[in-house]
Design a protein around this ligand. Structure first.
Ligand SMILES: Nc1nc2c(c(=O)[nH]1)N[C@H]1C(S)=C(S)[C@@H](COP(=O)(O)OP(=O)(O)OC[C@H]3O[C@@H](n4cnc5c(=O)[nH]c(N)nc54)[C@H](O)[C@@H]3O)O[C@H]1N2
Ligand SMILES: Nc1nc2c(c(=O)[nH]1)N[C@H]1C(S)=C(S)[C@@H](COP(=O)(O)OP(=O)(O)OC[C@H]3O[C@@H](n4cnc5c(=O)[nH]c(N)nc54)[C@H](O)[C@@H]3O)O[C@H]1N2
Ligand SMILES: [Mo]
Length: 766
């Protein structure tokens, strides 16, 4: 069986695809030049200056590009942003508009043939639009009519569980809180979110072991660390401001160990554009040691680290293990020790593709450090074994007592700027009973208790006819999800699809019977909902919460804030059925914050605390007091078997990742400067050894074909092969173009995250 090939829409510019040399350092002058020229081209000079100077300042708006924390107000630079933050601001601040004339000129059938890049480049959405059943075009309608359509469709469902309420991690805490409140008052926990495709494995792995699904460090801890381990992350592109923290840490004497199949420029060297050394290209060397690991070799590697630490402890007892911490705060040590002592070294070498001596040298860095911070991102979380791997990081951290002391801890680096805050606010298909109890008590209703659908289960429910309405609060679900053909077909079966968005994307042109586009204000824009200037709040990757206020003039006078839109939908759907003051919420976000303060743990006196300059930090018991809110009230050592997954002859393991010129499915441009790619995205990075063995050459064009146990052949056509330094058998290509290759049911164990970093494919000569 074979899914129909998705005709890849390709941009005309891609005809100029050029491959140059890989860069050895991140940032520097080119970064400044790129961010400023783009910003000026899209926003004009005056707006560029106004916007970029408000970025990440105490009185300004929070950067929407990633969740990396801000330094304390007194330590911020005048220009506290990076190239990619500037790109995000420019992208939102564009002068181009998608208005009713645009939709009249472009039938949906035409929009379906366009690339993500083209769709978003058309500019900001300006007014609510509807595609009515059987309609060929989107047409304008009033906000009230849009709300009535949604209210009528939702009320007509046989069960509230036939509705899906998706959230992308850019939604503010206030929007997220009213959105989950609405979904639950309506009667469902179907609150899938981008976390399900992102750091869900972290949330699961950490909750099981340390009792809270969030990282345990502050920015200060990074600055004070003796060793920073960076696994499965490309900070030079995705968290450029993290490089500043690494630079400070290095100045303070820290060592860095980077573990990645690719030698990412941002792991090797940082030319900080904010100081003279960086601008002259002298910069700071970052990684002291780099392990070029095979895909998904990390679980085996960390068990090997465990073994080497145990052996060192045997040689000089009391110098490696933190016995006091282990006996006071943990359970399960003996089982973990036994498992690790039985480790099969041969398996480790096979799984990692590394030499034992390299592993020993890296373990020596762990041994030498009294303060270690463990960082990780998608290269770890989007694997079948992700949860087990993260629990193995925890094992090693517990063994050395590296949680809840200065300069040490666990640092999952989040993606979307408010993805962590959304979860704190209850955007969670499996919210715990304690949260639901508090929500129900505050608003006087009984929230549903049955767990809802996550992202994959949402597609399955649409596909199987168990769900009929999809509402997306931001994001681009269709392109971000795995198995594009299945996801698109599922979405087309919906009776209603609704997207609250700033820009046009694939999800708008893959419509249900009725489809609505509801245009909203962006983070940079002044929000005058209810006739007063409103602020919102967000939480960063290190649990710090602070206010964000946009200053720019909205892209269109018709735009509404996310809070206003959700409250409008809620009123049209629920009417007076509950005693929830939707109208008041949409008048004054402080009214929402007062409720957050009464419902959300750690947010007591929320409305007051966000007045503090620089905000406040949410409690984190392991970090704050070495108390572990697990069932057993201890941190848990865990045991995971190492399996080396072998790949059939002639097949390769594909990881799907980000270029330097994109934010998830938003494509800013067709370059990937650090990896030497210009004017094109349909490339596959492959080792010289594989090219040789398979009889291909750099520059050849291939189709990618993935095969999965369901017997379906999935394909993505016309990629140029690029010879690149990556372990044999491991290849890489950009997302979202490669999402058609990832089977929907290929998920991480226990977290359900699509295995975006592990897809078995073969090349077919094009
Ligand atoms: N500019 C920009 N910023 C962003 C984003 C963006 O798209 N653009 N996206 C945001 C979001 S939502 C997120 S989640 C983050 C994503 O941030 P990252 O996690 O840095 O994003 P990816 O590009 O997916 O990179 C994954 C990295 O893991 C490595 N890797 C892959 N497989 C393995 C493995 O098996 N083991 C190890 N050790 N490494 C592996 C890859 O080589 C790559 O360097 O960034 C956020 N920030
Ligand atoms: N193959 C593969 N797939 C992946 C990944 C991968 O590494 N590989 N990564 C996964 C990860 S980590 C994530 S987080 C997801 C991302 O999944 P999503 O969060 O769903 O996707 P985005 O591309 O971030 O969403 C972009 C859209 O958001 C809208 N938008 C932008 N700003 C705003 C705003 O302020 N408000 C509102 N309402 N809308 C706004 C715009 O219309 C834009 O088109 O993708 C996942 N998918
Ligand atoms: Mo993400």
């Amino acid at each position: 069986m074979s899914t129909p090939p998705i005709d890849p829409p390709v941009d005309a510019e891609e005809a100029n695809l050029a491959v140059g040399k890989q860069k050895r350092a991140a940032a520097g002058l080119p970064a400044v030049r790129v961010s400023l020229t783009r910003a000026v081209r899209q926003m004009g000079v005056a707006k560029t200056a106004r916007n970029l100077l408000k970025l990440n300042q105490a009185e300004g708006f929070d950067c929407m590009s990633c969740a990396w924390p801000d330094p304390s107000p007194e330590h911020r630079h005048t220009a506290e942003f990076c190239e990619n933050g500037a790109k995000a601001v420019a992208w939102e601040g564009t002068r181009s508009r998608v208005d009713r004339e645009f939709f009249r000129a472009h039938p949906v059938s035409d929009l379906q043939t366009r690339t993500e890049y083209w769709l978003e480049k058309q500019g900001r959405l300006t007014e609510p639009m509807v595609r009515r059943p059987g309609g060929t075009h989107y047409e304008p309608l009033s906000w009230e009519d849009a709300f009535s359509i949604i209210g009528a469709e939702l009320t007509a469902l046989d069960s509230p569980d036939e509705a899906l309420f998706y959230t992308s991690g850019r939604a503010s805490n206030e929007a997220a809180f009213v959105y989950q409140l609405f979904a639950r008052a309506f009667g469902t926990n179907n609150l899938p979110d981008c976390s399900n495709m992102c750091h869900e494995s972290t949330s699961v792995g950490l909750a099981e072991t340390i009792g809270i699904g969030k990282g345990s460090v502050s920015l200060q801890d990074l600055h004070e660390a003796e060793l920073i381990v960076i696994s499965g992350q490309n900070p030079g592109t995705n968290h450029p401001r993290m490089l500043s923290a690494l630079e400070i840490a290095k100045k303070n004497g820290a060592k860095i160990l980077a573990i990645n199949p690719l030698r990412e420029a941002g792991l090797l060297k940082f030319d900080n554009p904010q100081n003279a050394r960086g601008l002259t290209g002298l910069g700071t060397d970052l990684a002291d040691r780099f392990l070029q690991i095979r895909s998904d070799g990390d679980l085996a590697l960390w068990q090997a680290f465990g073994l080497l630490l145990l052996e060192a402890e045997d040689r000089t007892p009391g110098t490696v293990a933190d016995r006091d911490f282990i006996s006071r705060h943990t359970l399960g040590y003996t089982e973990w020790e036994k498992n690790v002592r039985n480790l099969d070294k041969q398996k480790v070498l096979e799984a990692t593709g590394l030499e034992w001596s390299e592993i020993e040298a890296a373990a020596d860095m762990l041994l030498a450090s009294k303060r270690t911070v463990h960082c990780w991102a998608m290269g770890i979380t989007q694997h079948r074994n992700a949860v087990a791997t993260i629990k193995e990081f925890v094992n090693v951290a517990l063994f050395q007592g590296m949680i809840g002391k200065p300069g040490a801890g666990l640092c999952p680096v989040r993606g979307h700027s408010n993805v962590q805050g959304d979860r704190t606010m209850g955007i969670w298909e499996k919210a715990p009973d304690t949260f639901l109890d508090a929500l129900g008590a505050e608003f006087g209703f009984e929230p549903p208790r049955e767990h809802g659908h996550d992202a994959v289960a949402s597609v399955q429910a649409l596909r199987d006819g168990r769900a009929k309405v999809f509402i997306g609060l931001g994001g681009n679900f269709v392109a971000a999800m795995s198995d594009t053909a299945v996801t698109e077909a599922a979405m087309r079966k919906a009776s209603l699809t609704v997207h609250v968005s700033t820009k046009l994307n694939r999800s708008h042109v893959t419509t249900g019977r009725t489809a609505l586009i509801l245009p909203t204000l962006g983070r940079t824009e002044r929000d005058l909902t209810g006739g007063r200037e409103q602020r919102v709040t967000v939480e960063d990757s290190m649990s710090a919460v602070h206010a964000s206020r946009g200053r720019a003039t909205p892209a269109s006078p018709m735009l509404r804030s996310e809070v206003d839109i959700i409250c409008g939908i809620a009123r049209a759907t629920l009417g007076e059925r509950h005693d929830i003051p939707w109208a008041e919420f949409a008048q004054d976000y402080d009214a929402i914050r007062r409720r957050i303060g009464r419902v959300v743990p750690g947010c007591e006196a929320y409305a007051d605390k966000i007045e503090l300059r620089g905000g406040f930090v949410l409690p984190h018991p392991p970090r704050d007091t070495r108390t572990f809110p697990t069932k057993e009230k201890k941190a848990i050592f865990s045991v995971s078997p190492v399996e080396v997954t072998s790949v059939p002859e002639g097949r390769l393991v594909l990881q799907t990742l980000r270029s330097h010129d994109q934010f998830n499915t938003t494509i800013y441009g067709l370059d990937d400067r650090y990896r030497g790619i210009h004017s094109g995205r349909r490339v596959v990075f492959v080792s010289a050894a594989d090219l040789n063995e398979l009889g291909f050459r750099d520059g050849d064009t291939v189709n990618l074909v993935s095969e999965w146990e369901d017997g379906v052949t999935r394909r993505a056509d016309a990629f140029r092969l690029v010879e690149y330094s990556t372990p044999k058998g491991c290849i890489a290509a950009y997302y979202p173009e490669t999402n058609p290759l990832i089977p929907l049911e290929s998920q991480a164990i226990a977290s359900g995250t699509p295995t975006s970093k592990w897809v078995v494919v073969r090349f077919e000569r094009a």
